[in-house]
Design a binder for this molecule. Structure first.
Ligand code: NAP
Ligand code: ZN
Length: 349
């Protein structure tokens, strides 16, 4: 067992504080990684504060992990000591159900999430990336390019794949008109990736101060969603909308922006339901309202390779772990451009 240091949530309404625990021994198929950087996803806040009602404490959040391999098991063939490696939202699945066979482990009923998930190795909960090391089955470890800024790669492991996967699934291609709702961690990755896929990107934001920046990131148009006149100008014009908003809001104002047969895909998971959508918005233009969950491991590697090829990383603000509680409060005010990433060296400070 390896002693590990981390930051953990102990209760929903208390700040995260230091925590010590042990990682399991490196098994035959395991890769041990020294964590160098971990991104801060809005899911970490939902979970640390028990907003989804399923939190187990103490909880070590973090599922945007990058680092260096420090040890490998005897049966590991894809990684060696010294390699860069990434771990995203999942660390295990059954491996044989139809979802796993189709490389869609995120939909497997036995999917084990990187934190706050039952850990079959010790009967406790999995502990995530706000820590100095992690031990993960090689099937769930990703290869990371040496070419890119490693800290800025970390958010690709969740924000990157969660936006890449639906854009691929709905076959976004050159010339498609794609709306992205919310310019946070997920939203800014959606803008960059959709732009790289050749789409005409329309960004919807509640934050007027982000408008100019959105164009720098790859948006062709920016619409302030609180402005009804601006919204009306793009009615019926979009093939696809990726909605990343983390709070309940009126979905109808976006459904009305889709063309006939268009789809809005939700990836945000608010702590309470959205107001019910107006069915007429679906029926009269045969529109679809859909959802998407992260992406499979094979597709995550494809996304990392796509991002390396297109030099896409996240725009980040690097913080020491001691600032994590402040970072959560700032994220809730949409005050980050666009992802906090924890420099794990700070754990030893
Ligand atoms: P984030 O960085 O906090 O960004 C969310 C953005 O939503 C904000 O920047 C803001 O953008 C907009 N927003 C916030 N409150 C709003 C409100 N009341 N009305 C309208 N817009 C609002 O969060 P994130 O890390 O991108 O995560 C977004 C959501 O996706 C979270 O619920 C998270 O749990 C979920 N998630 C889902 C998956 C999945 O697999 N489906 C994976 C990862 C995360 P503007 O300032 O531009 O308006
Ligand atoms: Zn996430």
């Amino acid at each position: 067992m390896k002693k590990s240091i981390a930051y953990a949530a102990y209760e929903p309404n208390k700040p995260l504080t230091p925590f010590k625990f042990e990682r399991r021994d490196v098994g035959e198929n395991d890769v041990q990684i020294e964590i160098l950087y971990c991104g801060v996803c809005h899911t970490d806040i939902h979970q640390a504060r028990n907003e989804w009602g399923s939190s187990v404490y103490p909880m070590v959040p973090g599922h945007e992990i990058v680092g260096r391999v420090t040890q490998v098991g005897g049966a590991v063939n894809g990684f060696k000591v010294g390699d860069l490696a990434g771990v995203g939202c999942m660390v295990d699945s059954c491996g044989h159900c139809p979802d796993c066979q189709e490389h869609l482990e995120q939909f497997c009923d036995a999917c084990v999430y990187t934190y706050n998930s039952p850990d079959k190795h010790n009967g406790q909960s999995t502990y995530g990336g706000y820590s100095d090391s992690v031990v993960v089955d090689q099937r769930f470890v990703l290869h990371v390019s040496e070419k890119l800024d490693l800290a800025a790669v970390a958010p690709l492991l969740c924000a990157g794949i969660t936006t890449y996967s639906p854009l691929r699934h709905w076959n976004i291609k050159k010339g498609d008109h794609v709306g992205v709702v919310g310019l946070g961690g997920l939203g800014h990755m959606a803008v960059k990736i959709a732009h790289a896929m050749g789409a005409h990107v329309v960004l919807f934001t509640t934050s007027p101060d982000k408008a100019a920046d959105a164009k720098r990131l790859g948006a062709d148009e920016v619409v302030i969603s609180k402005n009804a006149d601006e919204m009306a100008k793009v009615a019926g014009s979009l093939d696809f909308i990726l909605n990343t908003v983390a709070a309940p809001h009126n979905l109808d104002q976006y459904m009305a922006l889709l063309k006939r047969d268009g789809t809005m895909c939700l990836v945000g998971v608010p702590d309470s339901p959205h107001p019910s959508p107006n069915i007429a918005n679906l029926i009269f233009k045969r529109r679809k309202l859909a959802g998407s969950l992260i992406g499979g491991i094979k597709e995550t590697q494809e996304m990392l390779d796509f991002c390396a090829e297109h030099s896409i990383t996240s725009d980040i603000e690097l913080i020491p772990i001691q600032k994590i509680n402040e970072a959560y409060d700032r994220m809730l005010k949409s005050d980050v451009k666009y992802r906090f990433v924890i420099d794990m060296k700070s754990l030893k400070a």
